[in-house]
Ligand binder design. Structure first.
Ligand code: B12
Ligand code: SF4
Ligand code: SF4
Length: 393
């Protein structure tokens, strides 16, 4: 419970002028309530992101956002949370782990006939899960202190979420540009609640990447162009999820069997040896998506696609791009009659030029009849997972 009329600071904004609230106690309670709502960590930061503006601008000037117009549209607003939600004084950042038990990463990456779907997308759409609970956290705070201005967001607003969570002490930014916690690795989502209370802020933690460059070296498409900088246009996550049009041919072989997102830079990271698993039901893998043969997924009709991906983030790419991605993975699978037949069948049925071009590419790969080349990077990654992450292999 929040004690009122104790030693509290006088709140800065007019709304709360008449009340005395112990802000230290309130922030402690917010952390407890956040944990009770299923967040593994809760931290608080101010809203000063000035030091990120120049780098964000450089990233945009380099066109690293590719087709992600939403990254460009709001310009520097991303680094100025108060412009997004006037009155914001603090941001409460939350961490939600999504790695389930028995992830079997190496097994899926090894079997080129099965689809690899990035771990975060195998369960329920995290946007819905995290946002709903952040809203509950906002309501809980309001119940205690009276009417206040707050806004929950997770990927949903033009704001630099990762730097905010970093300021709030939820982890350091790894060279792959994701946030890492020393005790829990990087398998987590972040979400934020903007709030107009001048709560005490937390301290950031120290960068522990040291001399390591494993993520830069393992990335199949060399998307991490320098430490801490990802060229979105090269990232498999962008190519399979964000990109609307054709996947550039130069990246198709490197995509392997990854049909939705990629986890390689996290799988190689030594800090993920310490990752906790989650029992959260929403993040358990759905049977129809996990360890599925590419051919089974390729045979879904649109109605099956929609029903099998209901409530999943995958649904938003739509049926055409779903097939586009699987066609690329089938082009990388072992040549067999069944694969060639399935590709030809879809080619006859489909009137999408986008899909048909990818199918023709895949058929051409099989026509070459070249035995599948050993993928050096993929093999190295599989060995590293088996050795470093035996539980998740
Ligand atoms: C756009 C986006 C993408 C794009 C671009 C990725 C990127 N790194 O920007 C694509 C589609 C490729 C992508 C992929 C993924 N994403 Co994403 N993505 C976002 C999103 C919406 C915005 C990120 C952003 O602002 N990018 C802009 C650039 C400029 O930001 P930045 O990379 O942090 O850039 C900083 C550095 O470059 C740094 N910098 C630049 N130069 C230099 C030089 C030095 C010396 C230093 C120190 C720093 C530095 O300064 C920049 C500004 O701070 C966020 C959610 C959000 N609203 O924040 C999720 C988010 C970052 N993604 C997330 C996830 C999970 C992923 C994937 C793992 C999904 C998957 N499995 O496929 C991959 C990982 C790929 C990767 N290594 O980044 C999570 C990360 C959670 C975590 N633990 O950190 C987020 C936070 C979503 C969430 N709410 O949970 N994503
Ligand atoms: S998600 Fe995959 S493609 Fe993207 S930066 Fe990481 S390793 Fe590279
Ligand atoms: S793989 Fe190494 S360099 Fe990359 S984020 Fe992890 S510790 Fe940092």
């Amino acid at each position: 419970m929040v004690e009122k009329n104790t030693t509290g600071d006088q709140l800065a904004n007019d709304q709360f002028d008449t009340k005395q609230i112990d802000l230290n106690l309130l922030s402690e309670n917010i952390k407890l309530w956040g944990k009770a709502l299923g967040f593994q960590q809760v931290g608080i930061s101010d809203i000063d992101l000035k030091q990120h503006e120049e780098k964000l601008q450089q990233w945009l000037d380099n066109q690293y956002h590719g087709e992600m117009d939403y990254m460009e549209k709001h310009g520097m607003k991303r680094a100025r949370p108060a412009e997004l939600h006037p009155g914001t004084l603090r941001v409460i950042s939350v961490r939600m782990d999504y790695l389930p038990d028995n992830a079997q990463f190496a097994r899926t990456l090894k079997n080129k006939d099965n689809a690899y779907i990035s771990r975060y997308a195998l369960g329920r759409d995290y946007h819905k899960v995290v946002r709903k609970r952040l809203k509950q956290l906002g309501q809980k705070i309001e119940q205690q202190v009276g009417k206040l201005g707050y806004r929950p967001f997770v990927d949903s607003a033009p704001v630099l979420e990762r730097p905010l969570a970093e300021k709030a002490g939820l982890g350091w930014t790894g060279k792959h540009s994701l946030l890492i916690d020393a005790k829990n690795g990087s398998w987590f989502f972040i979400g934020e609640l903007m709030i107009d209370l001048p709560l005490p802020v937390d301290k950031p933690v120290e960068d522990k990447c040291g001399q390591c460059v494993a993520c830069l070296k393992i990335c199949p498409t060399q998307a991490i162009v320098a430490p801490y900088v990802v060229d979105g246009r090269r990232c498999i996550s962008y190519l399979t999820i964000e990109l609307q049009g054709p996947i550039p041919v130069e990246f198709r072989k490197a995509i392997g069997n990854r049909i939705y997102g990629c986890d390689d830079c996290q799988l190689i990271c030594p800090w993920n040896r310490f990752a906790n698993t989650t029992q959260e039901q929403d993040y358990q893998a759905r049977h129809q998506l996990e360890k599925q043969p590419l051919l089974a997924l390729f045979s879904w009709n649109e109605a099956e696609f929609l029903s099998n991906t209901e409530g999943s983030p995958i649904r938003r790419i739509g049926y055409e791009r779903w097939l586009r991605n699987i066609a690329v993975a089938l082009g990388n699978a072992a040549t067999s009659e069944a694969v060639v037949e399935a590709l030809n069948k879809k080619l006859q049925e489909s009137d999408s030029e986008l899909l048909n071009e990818h199918i023709r590419w895949a058929l051409a790969e099989h026509a070459l009849q070249i035995p599948i080349k050993t993928d050096r990077l993929n093999n190295r990654l599989i060995k590293a997972i088996e050795k470093g992450l035996p539980r998740d292999a």
